[in-house]
Each structure stands twice: as structure tokens, then as C-alpha cells.
Design a protein around this ligand. Structure first.
Ligand code: NAP
Length: 316
């Protein structure tokens, strides 16, 4: 065990909706939280254009702007921000320890709000052509690169429907490739996507390979009909993978309870308490059901209040 140089009241890991809401509440309570920013500051909402369902914004709000606002609000009350990627933790004793690169941070309480990352299909060519070469997980970030081109979206949930609809602003045609014969997206999103003149649904089709590896740029998506086994190639320049997310819980999974999907499993009867006293979880890393900005914010708020009470009770 390392020897503490300074011990934080609360370390918040992650700066999505959950982490920043926890930061606002703990900062406003005078706890001067240390907030650790990972590889995607602001979290998943920064890759969304218009957020239409966050309460309080009848005209919608830009996702990036919303996260900037939360960050400013937390900083105003005294939250401190540092870039640090937590790679392992030691929660066996107090203070709790978090290892980030060559540093060890010490904290009386910890709020983990590390979110979830896009799931990938793992088909050949996907990895080789990811990022700038035609395979991406973010239409908002990369859609504008595909003006007047044909693109494919893989997936059948709300994310896939949303990505496909967004891409109609730029692409000449959007293939929505799904391995079933109907979308699992919400009714309103499914209707919007399936009735859009620029979107062609490619049902019962699983992705097989991304073509174009030798040339260093996507030239097509090979698909296979799940019933007939027939293979064909969609002539697309861009492939948007929208098949769900994987929770970012790996650095903590050896000490905190997780479920079969890797999501944190909070203590029975709570959404945010863990098996370690004073350590809380919030947002998409602990929620595979609702996964909304507002539910993540609510969990962040609850975790902050729990941390505050724990500190008052155990650290005077
Ligand atoms: P999701 O609902 O889990 O859907 C993932 C989709 O990807 C499913 O259709 C699944 O197929 C497909 N899939 C998974 N692995 C695949 C693979 N290896 N190859 C091909 N297809 C694969 O994920 P999501 O769309 O990201 O949504 C997650 C949650 O966020 C949901 O609760 C959703 O309602 C919410 N959300 C809401 C909004 C909104 O309200 N505006 C926007 C985005 C997301 P199967 O159907 O066969 O399982």
C-alpha cells in the first residue's frame, strides 16, 4: 500500500452526465471534488447533436453544449478537473486508492461514473479501417465526411435508427443493416427511420466483412442473409457501427460486483451503493436498462448525496 500525501474527500471518475452532476452536488456541498477526465471528456452526449428529451430545454439542446454547461456549473462551485485514466484500484482499506498512470490518488469516497463505450462487431476489416478510414461509431462526429455518398449503419436499436436518420442530412443513401426483420428501436424512432426516403432497410442481414483494407479505405460492406446464407456487398464508403455499448468497468471489476454484461451490480435496494463502503457507481457503467442522460444525472446526484452523508458520518 502506498503512503498518502494528500487525501481527497471525493474523487469522481468520469465526466459524463453522471460524473458532472455528482461534481456539481459535491462541489456545492463544499467537498471540493477531484474529477478525473478520461479519454472522452463530457462522455457520450458530446457525440450527440440535438438532445430533445433532457428536461428544461423545450427547443432541444446541443449535446456538447449541455456538457460544457454542466462542467462550468461544477467548476463554479469549486470542482477540480484533471486528465487521468484510472487503470487499477485498491479499495481494501481507507483511504481508497486509485492508480492512474504513474500516480496514486487517495480518497475517502469515490464515485465511479465511467460510462460505456461503443460495442464493435469484430468482423474482418473493421479494426483496420476504424477511425478516418471509413468505419466509425459516431454519425454526429463523422457524418459530414460522407456528403452525397452511400453509407451503411449496422444495428437495430434506437442508436442505429438515430444514426441513420442523422446521416440522411449528408449521405445520398443510408442502408440500415439489421440481423432481424424489424427494428427493436422505440416506435417513434423506428417509424421515422423506416419511412425515410433516403433510408433502405436491409433486413435479416448480418455483417460479414468490411471491404477495402488493401486500399486503406472502406469500399463496401459484405453481408450475409441470415436465413438463405446468400452473401452480397453494399457499395458504401462509410460504415457506422451502432450495436450497443460495453460498460467501462474493467479497472474496478476485481473489487466491485459486476453482472454478466460487465455492468456494476449495485447493492440490493439501491442503484448506486457498491459492496465497498463509501464507493458509489452512477450512470451507464451501472445501468443497462434506462441509459438516458437524465437517469445518469439522477444517479450522479444520488451518489453525491450518499458520499456527502458517508463523509459526515465517518469523517466528521
Ligand atoms: P441496443 O438497444 O442494445 O441495440 C443494439 C442493436 O445492435 C440490436 O438491434 C442488436 O441486434 C444489434 N447487434 C448487437 N450485436 C450485433 C452484432 N455483433 N452484429 C450485428 N448487430 C448486432 O443498443 P442501442 O441502440 O445503443 O440502445 C441502447 C439503449 O439506449 C436503449 O435503451 C435505447 O432505447 C437507448 N437510446 C435511446 C435513444 C433516444 O431515446 N433518442 C437514442 C439511442 C439509444 P438484436 O436486435 O438482434 O439484439
Amino acid at each position: 500500500m502506498s503512503t498518502p500525501t494528500s487525501v481527497e474527500n471525493v474523487v469522481i471518475v468520469g465526466t459524463g452526465c453522471a460524473g458532472l452532476t455528482a461534481a456539481i452536488y459535491t462541489a456545492r456541498a463544499g467537498l471540493a471534488p477531484l474529477v478525473l477526465e478520461g479519454p472522452l471528456p463530457g462522455g457520450q452526449l458530446t457525440t450527440t447533436s440535438e438532445v430533445e428529451n433532457f428536461p428544461g430545454f423545450p427547443a432541444g439542446v446541443d449535446g456538447f453544449q449541455l456538457m460544457q454547461n454542466l462542467r462550468e456549473q461544477a467548476a463554479k462551485f469549486g470542482a477540480r478537473f484533471e486528465q487521468a485514466l484510472v487503470t487499477s484500484v485498491d479499495f481494501t482499506a481507507l483511504p481508497r486508492q486509485l492508480v492512474a498512470g504513474d500516480r496514486t490518488l487517495f480518497a475517502k469516497t469515490v464515485i465511479i461514473a465511467t460510462g460505456a463505450s461503443p460495442r464493435m462487431t469484430g468482423i474482418p476489416g473493421e479494426k483496420e479501417l476504424y477511425g478516418g478510414k471509413g468505419v466509425t461509431t459516431c454519425a454526429t462526429c463523422d457524418g459530414a465526411f460522407y456528403k452525397k455518398m452511400e453509407v451503411a449503419v449496422i444495428g437495430g436499436g434506437d442508436s442505429a435508427a438515430e444514426e441513420a436518420l442523422f446521416l440522411t442530412r449528408f449521405a445520398s443513401k443510408v442502408y440500415l443493416v439489421h440481423r432481424r426483420d424489424s427494428l427493436r428501436a422505440s416506435k417513434i424512432m423506428a417509424e421515422r427511420a423506416t419511412s425515410h426516403p433516403k433510408i433502405q432497410c436491409v433486413w435479416d442481414s448480418a455483417p460479414v466483412a468490411v471491404e477495402g483494407v488493401a486500399a486503406g479505405a472502406v469500399s463496401g460492406l459484405k453481408i450475409r442473409h441470415v436465413r438463405t446464407g446468400a452473401e452480397s456487398v453494399l457499395p458504401v464508403k462509410g460504415i457506422f457501427v451502432a450495436i450497443g455499448h460495453v460498460p467501462n468497468t474493467a479497472p474496478f471489476a476485481s473489487v466491485l460486483d459486476t453482472d454478466e454484461g460487465g455492468y456494476f451490480r449495485p447493492a440490493v435496494g439501491t442503484q448506486i451503493r457498491t459492496n465497498v463502503p463509501g464507493v458509489y457507481v452512477a450512470g451507464d457503467c451501472a445501468d443497462h436498462v434506462y441509459r438516458q442522460a437524465i437517469t445518469a444525472a439522477g444517479m450522479g446526484c444520488a451518489a453525491a448525496i450518499e458520499a456527502e452523508r458517508w463523509l459526515a458520518e465517518h469523517c466528521g
